[in-house]
Design a protein around this ligand. Structure first.
Ligand SMILES: [Zn+2]
Ligand SMILES: [Zn+2]
Length: 236
């Protein structure tokens, strides 16, 4: 993965943090719309790009198993992160360290497939769709996390430190698989775990965005927009 991609991954969290800091009054509603948009995009990229491009070798059943593993990993991580990945951020008082741990493990794993070298055109293409999906999903997560940190009344320096730590985890995951461990032979398995994680988060976002089953035209619009961008990137 190129240096530019590392920087883009790192900065995506900061865009979210910046929004949370400078638009302190950013309403819950606006954040929810952003989350719906990114959830729809994440779901569509997973189904349109990541799945077909990962299920294209002989051991598809094993890949399926790893998708399940990823899905269940996210169920466990959510107990720690309390659902910050899909926009839950109503913790008052001090921010539990478990939230940071859950979020950071999640982010580290999703960065890992990006660090594996791509041997062919299909892999390079998968990397691009994965990168865009992660970046668009980090911005609202950055907003929710920073918002929570501000609510917890910790000092600005500590908030900055937490945001930096969180922003570093995805690039660290990529760095780990690119330079430190020799896991690139398991590229498809790791990709399958990330697919499972994405399926969990994105479907949770989409289910929660129709909570109470009342029609919300703005949310529907955000979802259509997220899906359309992913569709355009596939078929244009
Ligand atoms: Zn939730
Ligand atoms: Zn994520």
């Amino acid at each position: 993965m190129s240096l530019t991609n590392y920087i883009v991954l790192f900065l995506s969290v900061f865009i979210g943090a910046f929004i949370a800091f400078y638009f302190k009054n950013i309403s819950n509603k606006t954040t929810k719309l952003l989350i719906s948009f990114s959830g729809a995009y994440l779901f569509s990229i997973t189904v349109l790009h990541l799945m077909p491009e990962t299920f294209n070798n002989e051991n598809n059943h094993v890949i399926g198993l790893f998708v399940l593993i990823g899905f269940f990993i996210q169920i466990i991580l959510e107990h720690f992160s309390q659902g910050v990945e899909h926009g839950h951020g109503h913790i008052h008082g001090s921010i539990p360290i478990s939230i940071m741990i859950g979020l950071c493990i999640h982010s580290f794993i999703e960065g890992m497939p990006l660090g594996t070298p791509h041997h062919n055109h299909v892999n390079a293409h998968t990397h691009d769709s994965l990168l865009s999906a992660i970046v668009l999903h980090k911005i609202p997560v950055g907003i929710v996390l920073t918002h929570m940190l501000i609510q917890s009344k910790m000092s600005k320096a500590r908030i900055f430190l937490f945001v930096v730590i969180f922003a570093l985890t995805t690039p660290l995951g990529s760095f780990f698989s690119q330079y430190i461990s020799n896991i690139s032979g398991y590229y498809h398995e790791i990709m399958a775990i990330v697919i499972g994680i994405f399926l969990h988060i994105s479907t949770t976002i989409l289910f929660e965005s129709s909570e109470g089953h009342h029609f919300n035209s703005q949310k529907i619009l955000a979802i259509i927009l997220g899906t359309s961008i992913a569709l355009l990137s596939t078929f244009l």
